[in-house]
Design a protein around this ligand. Structure first.
Ligand code: SAM
Length: 231
């Protein structure tokens, strides 16, 4: 269960309605049962339900489920399927998800959609036992997104990129560093968007010879990064 540090008082954590519902009704735990509490910022505790809506933090656990590099997935918003992208990239270890509205993006997400996506990030982080809950940024136009990438090695995934290297070949990031990988919407990037990204230091890369769906490409990119740093 993801808790907010402000819920901790001494060695106890006050559970909110949603957390209590999950622990008592969904998992069917009772007083005395144990569960893992994580603060979304990297700390884990073994916790024990001790009273209605309260748990005792028994011991802090030393865990390591994060990738050794920070990964930002810059994603051209697809018309549908962003739920899947959010869930899968969180499971695979993304640090930040940056949705972008590009020239060929048809979706303009509402506030409710964003809240829904942030709930999915939290659920996926819990289920994958992540130490952190990835950040899902507010959507911004492509140019703003590329300008906002801080110190990170940048890759732009391009379909039909027969003349560009595979991401596997190009990934040269040391532990502790950061990488930003951009994938486009259903219609792909426009030539002008590719040009501006290259001007901003993005290296075009391929994810293989087949054309992947906009929903599949971010998960494939993240899988390559995870394999490169965990195997
Ligand atoms: N007709 C579009 C085009 O040619 O760009 C296809 C876009 S594809 C459905 C959506 C996005 O997934 C692309 O913009 C790209 O970022 C990524 N993608 C799909 N297949 C890829 C591949 N084989 N290599 C690299 N990126 C790929």
């Amino acid at each position: 269960v993801v808790i907010d540090p402000s819920q901790i008082d001494g060695g106890r954590v006050r559970l909110d309605r949603e957390q209590s519902h999950y622990l008592y009704r969904v998992l069917r735990l009772h007083g005395g049962d144990r569960f893992i509490a994580i603060d979304g910022g990297g700390r884990w505790w073994l916790a024990q339900l001790c009273a209605e809506a309260q748990a005792e933090l028994l011991e802090e656990l030393a865990v390591s489920t994060e990738l050794p590099i920070a990964v930002t997935a810059i994603v051209g918003l697809p018309k549908s399927g962003f739920d899947e992208i959010v869930r899968q990239t969180t499971e695979l270890g993304v640090t930040t998800i940056a949705p972008v509205t590009s020239d060929r993006t048809l979706l303009r997400p509402s506030r409710q959609k964003l809240e829904r996506w942030r709930r999915i990030v939290k659920e996926a982080a819990e289920q994958s036992e992540r130490q952190i809950v990835p950040d899902l940024l507010d959507p911004v136009p492509w140019d703003a997104a590329i300008a906002a990438v801080g110190e990170a090695r940048r890759y732009l995934c391009v379909a039909r990129g027969d003349d560009v290297p595979h991401l596997c070949e190009s990934l040269r990031v040391s532990s502790g560093e950061a990488v930003a990988i951009a994938t486009g919407p259903e219609g792909g990037w426009t030539p002008a968007e590719v040009e501006r990204a290259i001007g901003a230091g993005f290296q075009p890369v391929s994810l293989g010879r087949r054309i992947l769906r906009a929903v599949t490409a971010p998960a494939v990119a993240l899988s390559i990064v995870a394999a490169a740093y965990e195997v």
